[in-house]
Design a binder for this molecule. Sequence first.
Ligand SMILES: Cc1cc2nc3c(=O)[nH]c(=O)nc-3n(C[C@H](O)[C@H](O)[C@H](O)COP(=O)(O)OP(=O)(O)OC[C@H]3O[C@@H](n4cnc5c(N)ncnc54)[C@H](O)[C@@H]3O)c2cc1C
Length: 342
Amino acid sequence: MKVLAERLIERDVSLRPFNTFGVDANAALYARIRSLEDLQRVLADRRVLGMPLLILGGGSNVLFTQDFDGCVLKVEISGVQRADDGVRWRVQVGAGENWHALVERLLDDGVPGLENLALIPGSVGAAPIQNIGAYGVELAERFHSLQAWNFATQTLQTLTADECRFGYRDSAFKHETEPRLIVNVTFALPRQWAPVVGYTDVENELRERNIQQPRPRDVFDAVVSIRRRKLPDPARVGNAGSFFKNPVISRAQRSALIERHPSLVSYDIGGGRYKLAAGWLIDACGLKGTVRGRAAVYDKQALVLVNLGGASGADILALAREVQEAVLARFNIELEPEPRIL
Ligand SMILES: Cc1cc2nc3c(=O)[nH]c(=O)nc-3n(C[C@H](O)[C@H](O)[C@H](O)COP(=O)(O)OP(=O)(O)OC[C@H]3O[C@@H](n4cnc5c(N)ncnc54)[C@H](O)[C@@H]3O)c2cc1C
């Protein structure tokens, strides 16, 4: 069915329901993109031509600090297709599919591999942007390729993992001046499944459940229950998960820090590099539970900033800056925000 661009584009739309921080901001134009054809129609519309564009999935990794004077492209492209070459499943998924629903649906269909990434909010299309990761698994390890619409060349491109240049909460997409809209993502999930349970929290959870040889569903259940305990549910308390990336430092920097702070939490990630627990750094500055107006550092996990109800994006950003300054003053480490700040 052909839908006219007229009907796809709305004016002056509140983005409050479309960001998990639940902050107020308006978009001058807002278009729901359910297919590549919708996208092309919207981009050719005279109202959109020349306007700034913002691609939005579930809004769980963005912080709006002002109105957006451009066109929001809300990606709602659906569809899941599966093929099996005997060694691995290839699953191609529309960018607008909900991430957690996909993980659960694949498990129900006997296709494991994404269970460690259960309960991460947001859409499939956004997952490659920051190479989502949790409990010992990153998207990059289960990724085959993706298709993205290149705004500059106006072509649909296929990108391999190498071309996406995945890193820790990072990818090529985060460094582009001309955005590309991810239309679908293809996963490669080995048929020979092995649990990833080295992460202490997962190990402990399975031990408490008395599970020695976990099945995919056991890992899924363990991850879901850990996350429910540790992280605020955005449906109740506005947040974007971890607000800061865990900083990566050199061996020399780590040694100097440990001399002054013997209980510093760090993980060896190879190549003489160490990842620090940003939550520990913030906690050590005494900021866990800090409330500034209606914005707060979550009292159960210092890495998460929350909207207690009625905070603006600017309030949350001001608190984030306060946290950054405190960590810089005490540890001489610059915390980098994880969500995209607009
Ligand atoms: C409670 C909570 C827990 C979280 N836990 C984790 C976690 O464990 N690990 C983790 O990695 N993240 C976590 N996150 C962050 C977030 O869920 C992920 O980054 C998720 O992938 C964002 O998806 P989204 O659809 O909401 O993206 P959005 O917030 O809508 O967008 C994020 C970025 O991706 C871009 N984008 C979105 N869709 C597309 C597309 N189709 N094409 C091109 N660009 C696009 C946007 O322009 C924006 O720059 C958590 C967030 C919350 C609220």
